[in-house]
Write a protein that binds this ligand. Structure first.
Ligand code: PXP
Length: 248
């Protein structure tokens, strides 16, 4: 079992950029949010540079790399354009996600099993550059096995279906999603993979995920940025941290 007494919190700042881009100017500044998140106890910052640049922009990645003292988890699709950007910056970690232009957010996990050869070649230069490679997948044994075979360091388990079923009051579905996440976190760890989790987590849904013993990092964004409107970003992060620690 890893030393998981302290679960890491990665704060995703994409949606600070969403608000900025709504007016096309410079405020609110995602880098300012990232530094505030650091000060509030975030152990890392996550930013997703999408092909369509709908939130984070290229210059945000430049500025985050220059300003952060905690690790950057750079989320990206497995495209040549993104590989070049990652290799230029050499962030601490690269998280590979599926991307569809028409989706509102990252709807599902990556189909590693269906694209193993390409992904194995895709991640090799990232490893050579010193980046840790994380793969965002559903709680699915075949995907976990494929992630291990291609040499990923980390799998991030997609918690979206668990969170959605909770929000919609479908508690049987929620409990069965949670059971799959629990089982697959154990399985991934048994194959030597570091296990992260995230997507859609809120104050109401974080505890059972934070309690999974193999999970060592949660990446949380949209809810925290929304909650910041009401209570401020620092207090929202502090409360999330408190709930994570209490569940551990
Ligand atoms: N992890 C990954 C891989 C993601 O793609 C996202 C969303 O960008 C998150 C975590 C955070 O999800 P949310 O913004 O819903 O908290």
């Amino acid at each position: 079992m890893p030393d998981n007494s302290k679960l890491r919190l990665g704060v995703n700042i994409d949606h600070v950029a969403t608000i900025r881009n709504a007016r096309g100017g410079t405020v609110p500044d995602p880098v300012r949010a990232a530094l505030l998140a650091e000060a509030a106890g975030a152990n890392g910052i996550t930013a997703h540079l999408r092909e369509d640049r709908r939130h984070i922009l290229d210059h945000d990645i430049d500025a985050l790399m220059a300003a952060l003292t905690v690790p950057l988890n750079f989320e990206m699709a497995a495209t040549n354009e993104m590989a070049q950007i990652a290799l230029r910056h050499k962030p601490h970690a690269v998280c590979i996600v599926p991307e569809k232009r028409e989706e509102r957010t990252t709807e599902g996990g990556l189909n590693v099993a269906g694209d193993e050869n390409h992904l194995a070649h895709f991640i090799a230069p990232l490893h050579d550059a010193g980046c840790r490679v994380s793969i965002f997948i559903g709680a699915d044994a075949a995907q976990i096995e494929a992630a291990a075979r291609i040499g990923a360091d980390i799998v991030e388990l997609h918690t979206g279906a668990y969170c959605d079923s909770h929000a919609e009051g479908r508690f049987d579905a929620r409990d069965s999603e949670l059971a799959s996440l629990r089982e697959m976190a154990t399985y991934a760890h048994s194959l030597g993979l570091e296990v992260h989790a995230g997507h859609g987590l809120t104050f109401d849904t974080v505890a059972p995920i934070a309690a999974l013993p193999e999970v060592v990092e949660l990446n949380i964004g949209h809810f925290l940025i929304g909650e910041a409107v009401f209570i401020g970003l620092g207090p929202a992060i502090a409360e999330m941290r408190r709930l994570m620690d209490a569940a551990r």
